[in-house]
Ligand binder design. Structure first.
Ligand SMILES: [Fe+2]
Ligand SMILES: [Fe+2]
Length: 465
C-alpha cells in the first residue's frame, strides 16, 4: 500500500466526531427503546437516524476545516454507517443471527482502497458500534467483528492480484472459524450453534468479494482517486510522461523536480503527498502541444521573435487549456486535471507583461490578455504544487546561486504569491506556508548543493577526471 498521507490532525478530529455523534445518536435511540418489532417503524427510525446523521455531518462540514480530500467524500463516508445499520435491521427482522453474515468488512476494503487504513477502521468501528447499540446482538458478535475487521485491515485486500485477495479471504475464513469456535467453547450459551456459526462466517467472508464490483462504480460516481490509481499515474513509464520525456525533455525534468518539491512540502504539513507528487508530474503536460514555446526545452531559439507581446502571452497561457484537454483525452482523474487547471492560478505571464509595460503601447494595456484564466488553487495540495512550480523554475534560472540567493528567492516568491491572493481559496495557513518554505529550502539546498558557487573553490575536481 503506497503511503497516502490523507490522515492528519483534521482527520483525527473528523473520525472522533463521527464516533462521538454515532454513539450519542444511537445510544439515545437505544436508551428510549425506540426500536420495535414492527419493520416499518424500524425503517422509519432508520431513515430518521440517517437524517440526523446527515444533519450532524452538515454541521461538522460547515464548522471545521476538514482535509480537502475528505471534504468531497464526507457524505459518502458517513452514509455508510446508517446504510449498513439499515441492512442490519432488515436482516435481524428475519433472524437476528443473520447479523453474523453481514459483510461489514466491505467498509474497510472500500475506504482503505480510496483513503487510508485509519479512516477505514474509524468508520467500520462506528458502523459496528451503531449496530451493536441499536440491535443489541451478543458481545461475542461485537468481538468477532472487531477481530475480523482488524484481519481485513492488515491483510492485502488492496492488492491488484486476485490470488492475494483469494488467499486473504481464505485466511479470514480460517481465522474467523477458529475464533468463533473458541468463543462458542468459552461461552456455550452463545448463539448460534457451531454449524450455523461456521456457515455464517464463511458466507460473511465470501460476501466481501462484491467490494471489488462496487469499487469501480464508486470511482466513477464520486470521482474518487484511489492510492492505486495515483501510484499507477506516478509511474514514470506512464504513456503521457514518456511522451513528455521524449518531446519536452526540459519540461519533463522540471516536472520531476516539482513533484519532489511538492511531495516534501506536503509531507511537512501532513496533506496528501502522493497526490502532490502526481499533480506535480502532470501539471505542465499541456506543453506537449508546443514544447518549443517554453524555454526549458528550447534555450537557443526565440519562437516569439516575430509575435506581439499579447500573442506570445496567449500562446504561453494556452498550455493550461491544452493540458486540461490532453488530461481528458487520456482519462486522467479530475483531481489531477485540477492541478493542471490551477497551477498558475490567476497570475500573469510576467515576462511578456513587463515587456509590454515597458513598451510604447502600454496605455492600451488589457491586463486580462496577460493573465491566466484560473481558478486559483482550491486545495492545499494544489497550492503546494503552484509554489513548487514557481520555485523550481525560478531557482533553475539563477546562474551560480549561493545558498542565500536561493533562500532569498524562495522567500520572495512565496511572499509574492500571497500578495497576489493566490492562496485565498485553499485555506493554506500562514503557519503551513512557513513549513512549506522550510521543506522547499531543505530540498533546494540538497539538490543545488553541487551547483551552489562558493567564494573559494574547494578543489579543481581534476582528481576525478
Ligand atoms: Fe505551467
Ligand atoms: Fe511548471
Amino acid at each position: 500500500m503506497p503511503n497516502n498521507n490523507v490522515f492528519s490532525a483534521n482527520s483525527i478530529r473528523f473520525i472522533a466526531l463521527i464516533v462521538f455523534t454515532g454513539f450519542i445518536v444511537f445510544s439515545l435511540f437505544y436508551q428510549f427503546n425506540v426500536f420495535s418489532d414492527d419493520i416499518y417503524i424500524n425503517l422509519g427510525i432508520s431513515f430518521l437516524l440517517t437524517s440526523v446523521f446527515l444533519l450532524l455531518t452538515f454541521i461538522i462540514y460547515r464548522t471545521i476545516n476538514i482535509d480537502e480530500t475528505l471534504n468531497r467524500s464526507i457524505f459518502f463516508l458517513l452514509g455508510l454507517i446508517p446504510f449498513f445499520t439499515l441492512i442490519a435491521h432488515f436482516l435481524s427482522q428475519y433472524n437476528p443471527l443473520f447479523l453474523f453474515m453481514l459483510p461489514l468488512g466491505i467498509i474497510i476494503i472500500v475506504i482503505k482502497y480510496f483513503f487510508n487504513e485509519n479512516l477505514s477502521f474509524g468508520i467500520y468501528f462506528s458502523a459496528i458500534s451503531s449496530i451493536f447499540l441499536s440491535l443489541n446482538p451478543s458481545i461475542q458478535w461485537f468481538f468477532l467483528q472487531i477481530f475480523t475487521g482488524l484481519l481485513i485491515l492488515f491483510l492485502p485486500f488492496d492488492s491488484k492480484k486476485p490470488t492475494r485477495i483469494i488467499s486473504s479471504i481464505i485466511v479470514v475464513i480460517i481465522s474467523s472459524i477458529l475464533t468463533s469456535v473458541s468463543l462458542k467453547l468459552t461461552y456455550p450459551a452463545f448463539q448460534p450453534s457451531f454449524e450455523e456459526l461456521i456457515t455464517f462466517v464463511i458466507i460473511q467472508s465470501l460476501l466481501l468479494l462484491p467490494a471489488y464490483i462496487i469499487i469501480p462504480f464508486l470511482e466513477r460516481i464520486f470521482s474518487f482517486t484511489s492510492a492505486f490509481s495515483l501510484n499507477e499515474l506516478g509511474n514514470l513509464d506512464n504513456y503521457l510522461l514518456k511522451e513528455l520525456a521524449l518531446k519536452a525533455p526540459g519540461t519533463y525534468q522540471h516536472s520531476i523536480q516539482v513533484s519532489y518539491l511538492a511531495e516534501a512540502a506536503a509531507q511537512k504539513i501532513h496533506v496528501n503527498s502522493q497526490l502532490c507528487r502526481v499533480g506535480g508530474l502532470y501539471h505542465d503536460i499541456g506543453k506537449l502541444s508546443n514544447p518549443d514555446y517554453f524555454n526549458e526545452n528550447n534555450q537557443n531559439l526565440n519562437p516569439f521573435e516575430n509575435q506581439s507581446f499579447h500573442r506570445s502571452a496567449a500562446l504561453i497561457i494556452k498550455h493550461v487549456k491544452d493540458g486540461i484537454e490532453l488530461g481528458r483525452k487520456y482519462r486522467l482523474p479530475e483531481v489531477i486535471i485540477d492541478f493542471i487547471r490551477t497551477h498558475h492560478g490567476t497570475t500573469k505571464v510576467e515576462y511578456f507583461y513587463r515587456k509590454f509595460k515597458a513598451s510604447d503601447n502600454f496605455f492600451d494595456v488589457k491586463e486580462d490578455d496577460f493573465t491566466y484564466p484560473g481558478p486559483k488553487p482550491f486545495s492545499r495540495e494544489q497550492s503546494i504544487v503552484m509554489l513548487a512550480d514557481t520555485i523550481e523554475a525560478a531557482c533553475r534560472s539563477l546562474k551560480n546561486p549561493t545558498e542565500s540567493d536561493l533562500f532569498d528567492l524562495i522567500n520572495r516568491l512565496v511572499e509574492y504569491k500571497i500578495k497576489m491572493g493566490q492562496f485565498q481559496e485553499s485555506k493554506l495557513s500562514f503557519e503551513e506556508l512557513n513549513l512549506c518554505k522550510e521543506a522547499f529550502k531543505d530540498y533546494i539546498k540538497t539538490f543545488y548543493h553541487q551547483r551552489i558557487s562558493y567564494p573559494e573553490p574547494v578543489n579543481s575536481g581534476q582528481e576525478f577526471l
